[in-house]
Design a protein around this ligand. Sequence first.
Ligand SMILES: Nc1ncnc2c1ncn2[C@@H]1O[C@H](COP(=O)(O)OP(=O)(O)OP(=O)(O)O)[C@@H](O)[C@H]1O
Ligand SMILES: [Mg+2]
Length: 521
Amino acid sequence: MLGQETVKVPFLGAVVSVRGSVVDIRFDEHLPPIYSVLCAGGEGQIVIEVLAQLDARHVRGIALTPTQGLARGMAVEDTGGPLKAPVGKEVLSRMFDVFGNVIDREAALSDVQWRSVHRAPPPLARRSTKSEIFETGIKVIDVLMPLERGGKAGLFGGAGVGKTVLLTEMIHNMVGQHEGVSIFCGIGERCREGEELYRDMKAAGVLRNMVMVFGQMNEPPGARFRVGHAALTMAEYFRDDEHRDVLLLVDNIFRFIQAGMEVSGLMGQMPSRLGYQPTMGTELSRLEERIANTDTGAITSIQAVYVPADDFTDPAAVHTFSHLSASIVLSRKRASEGLFPAIDPLQSNSKMATPDIVGARHYGLAQEIRRTLAQYAELKDIIAMLGLEQLSQEDRNVVARARRLERFLTQPFFTTKQFTGLEGKLVSLEDALDGCERILRDEFKDYQESALYMIGAIDEAKGKPKVGPPAAPAEPDSKTEAKAAPDPAVKSTAKSTPESHPKSGTKPQPKVEHAADTHES
Ligand SMILES: Nc1ncnc2c1ncn2[C@@H]1O[C@H](COP(=O)(O)OP(=O)(O)OP(=O)(O)O)[C@@H](O)[C@H]1O
Ligand SMILES: [Mg+2]
């Protein structure tokens, strides 16, 4: 099972007890140190990592493979070293599991070194920081929460709000342009997604600068817990030995925390807040601190973070937030309104969004966009209770601008062509800023909101219908359901009266929400 080189030491132990993934082993002559890897079973197919020394003769370890077939009294061999990952030029374009075995059905590796996956983060003196923007081609990110080259960005969101889609789109947009190496690490997510990504990357011809490492949801907690370390070991090799920049993509870092929780529970440690392991902070920072920039190269990382029950105060989310330089928060409400990517601009942030880094114009525009969206958010309650017509003209203009901005900041993705039927769009920062500026200057106030929905650069809205006579039904100008024109609803919003509220049940629903809801109907 273990593809890696192992130094055979003639120390044999015997299994004392097996409880699920937890195995106790007795060694009479020598006690293997913590993190030693032990092998058991006929072909050494059961791999165990030592996590505790119980007494002078016994160690307790967690199996990184299923423990089927393991029985008391069976011989266990100490490999004499920790878990190792293969590094070298040959790992490029390959797909690995946590043990460094190739899983892409291609030839075996011949010329690689094996390094321990347990490594210390670079010391403070070797770290470097630079403040360069990493363009993604996704309007809302580049304008409002620009990513940092060599930074860590998190994509936060509950189940099914589009984390994987957004991450895949970023891979699509960036891997081609990025001259460094890209490493994708799949932790505890679906095997299907891993296979699809591999196939897509192969078809796109970008695999030759890419490495994939998977410990997906079908694997035991021990494997999911260590796969991130294996991927980082490869990333560190490219940074430190080959002096290349690395793009590290992780889906999903929450699964790493969750695997740690399972391991901790199995090892019999007391749970801490909400059942998480007491060592969560340490485990996460050991991993995250290794994602660092040094004088030799930078590791830029983008991590999807599943947020349990959409609760952003969950300890796992809170701990992860603190490691990141940009947080992109996906909101379920936006996803349900069809506003994809479902990024909530008011909750997301980036430390790059300062005038010194992005420049005065970009900063000024970003602030104005945020202000407009925030004012709209505040006005939503009033609109829900009293209707749009109760607002002052100035407020109504704000609402119109904000709604047009929201639509303009949606974007068709290359990776969702099969759901939306729309060709993907890559938009330069310049075009995105230009579009937002022109909307804020009311250049598009005569256009239907739908003209701005799911487009690339703003000029695509030109030529789409302007606001017509109320009788004219707005035509959905694409096959996509999501595009079912929001305009009739927009007009009804404008005309909506408080009497129409009882329809929506006991709690008055904001009228504008209905307008937006039509996106998905
Ligand atoms: N940008 C988008 N455009 C169109 N549809 C989208 C977009 N993003 C997400 N979706 C829709 O949302 C669904 C779920 O997205 P995705 O698989 O990325 O969610 P997730 O956040 O990764 O979920 P999980 O936590 O279950 O992994 C997609 O299958 C797609 O239908
Ligand atoms: Mg996902």
